[in-house]
Design a binder for this molecule. Structure first.
Ligand SMILES: *Cc1c(COP(=O)(O)O)cnc(C)c1O
Length: 483
């Protein structure tokens, strides 16, 4: 009989991977070293990057070095360099190199997180690192944590849990149709857009979402408005179900007054979800924990190490007081997912939406071990000091104002040129215009933002590479582009 030699179907061999991998790491390290030499924002229009790529699928194999060349020439020029020290847009989206090592380790281990048994270490390292972070952020031992992809998902998961608590697990029967009463969610218009999206996706009706008034200067939820709204809703036969408190809102870093809010909603069994996506990193600093007073009264809390703390996306923490309730809501237990180990293992698939999960915990494990909590704290304190200094400089400059309290590392500013003083519309347009001109230059990047319907500039300090000199340079640029 003629037995054929099997044809190898291996795609990249481990030896080819080793060579290509070393080249890729060198390239990544070189890019970090040279980040400041590139524009912050690429000079591209929508469609430019896609137009540079072939529209037909590859029809022949190429070597990895050809792909790396195209990465350099066709793809990388289309990146907005959020690791650039002159990037002050949105929020710091830091990606510490230590966490990138962890991300590579996660890919390299290539494990499957669908149950404890499919990768015991994936589950247990996650349990350990979320516990480390609980303790580093001063949260009590009453919390249990899980890693979610983003704060948006964390909020969705929390609101689904809230819905099921208020309706006594209506999903198991006739759902919201059977429950029949309006379910209300309370938040403010300072809350992140993901909050409303999560409420809608969790089945709350748009008309049942209550946007509670805020203090006009601090932008924090007004407790008496909340109390009045809840009283009205109860009178009308509604069920106050969930409250999403922003601790560090996106626009101006407002902190809703959680102790007062909790006192109002707790008697009604309202689920409190704390969205501290951006500001949560500040819980690492004992001197800033007072901003988070009242968190212990919440049912769930999420924050993003993938923002200021610097764990590469996607690493969002969700802490819960009663994970058993969530597990009951999220659990699917078909026979093939049952553990054969017999023990009481955590099944993180029941703590969120996806079945298959990556080994994200390695990103935190690497960062917390290599950089260490003290180094991270030192960097956060540097950023806070830089933001305070920057705000002071703005205040002293003719024509410039700081237009919202600087609670952490975000400074909201507005320029009023001579001649149009008093013309709010013209001032608004002027601020949008100079921010756009500055951003187009590639020399720095800021987010234009709306405050009371008028354009302002938001300077979010906190990129790992940003030092005082970069803020000094930004002041010069702001004068140039607004002048
Ligand atoms: C960034 C942010 C979010 C959304 O975070 P994702 O992880 O991108 O979903 C939600 N809330 C606040 C306050 C934020 O700053």
């Amino acid at each position: 009989m003629n037995v054929k030699t099997p044809v190898s179907v291996a795609e990249v061999t481990p030896e080819e991977f080793r060579t290509a991998g070393h080249d890729l790491i060198d390239w990544i390290a070189d890019r970090r070293l040279s980040v400041e030499q590139r524009p912050v924002r690429p000079d591209v229009e929508p469609g430019d990057i896609a137009a540079g790529l072939p529209s037909h699928p590859p029809d022949a194999k190429v070597q990895a070095d050809a792909v790396l060349r195209d990465l350099e020439q066709l793809v990388a020029p289309g990146i907005t360099e959020v690791q650039h020290p002159m990037h002050f847009g949105w929020f710091p989206s830091n990606a510490s190199l230590s966490s990138i090592l962890g991300d590579m380790a996660s890919s390299g281990l290539s494990s499957l997180g669908i149950s404890w048994e499919s990768s015991p270490a994936l589950t247990e390292v996650e349990e350990v690192v979320v516990e480390w972070l609980r303790s580093l952020t001063g949260l009590s031992a009453d919390w249990s944590g899980v890693i979610q992809d983003t704060a948006s998902t964390a909020c969705l998961v929390a609101l689904i849990a809230a819905r099921e608590r208020a309706t006594e697990h209506s999903q198991a029967g006739d759902g919201l149709r059977g429950f029949g009463l309006p379910l209300h969610v309370y938040t403010t218009d300072e809350a992140h857009s993901s909050v409303r999206k999560a409420a809608l996706l969790a089945g709350f009706a748009a008309n049942d979402i209550r946007v509670v008034g805020v203090d006009p200067s601090s932008r924090e939820m007004l407790p008496d408005r909340l109390a009045a709204q809840i009283a009205d809703d109860l009178d009308a036969g509604g069920v106050p179900t969930a409250l999403v408190a922003s601790l560090g809102s996106t626009g101006v870093t407002a902190f809703d007054p959680l102790p007062a809010i909790a006192e109002i909603v707790k008697p009604h069994g309202v689920w409190i979800h704390v969205d501290a996506a951006m500001a949560g990193s500040a819980m690492l600093l004992p001197e800033f924990r007072h901003l988070f007073d009242g968190v212990e009264s919440a049912d769930s809390l999420s924050w993003n190490p993938h923002k200021w703390m610097g764990t590469i996306l996607d690493t969002s923490l969700l802490y819960l007081k009663d994970p058993e309730h969530l597990i009951r809501v999220m659990s699917t237990n078909p026979s093939y997912l049952r553990s054969t180990s017999g023990g009481e293992a955590t099944q993180y698939r029941d703590w969120g939406i996806p079945l298959g999960r990556r080994f994200r915990a390695l990103k935190l494990w690497y960062q917390l071990r290599i950089d260490g909590p003290e180094q991270i704290r030192t960097r956060l304190r540097r950023d806070l000091a830089n933001a305070a200094w920057f705000a002071q400089q703005i205040e002293q400059r003719p024509g410039w104002d700081v237009v919202a309290p600087v609670r952490l590392q975000t400074v909201c500013t507005r320029h009023t040129p001579p001649g149009i003083d008093g013309d709010d519309e013209a001032i608004s347009q002027h601020n949008l215009d100079w921010v756009r001109r500055l951003n187009r230059s590639g020399e720095a990047f800021l987010s234009p933002s709306m405050l009371d319907g008028k354009w302002i500039a938001r300077v979010s300090v906190g990129v790992e590479a940003t030092e005082r000199v970069h803020l000094e340079r930004l002041l010069v640029l702001m004068d140039r582009y607004a002048g």
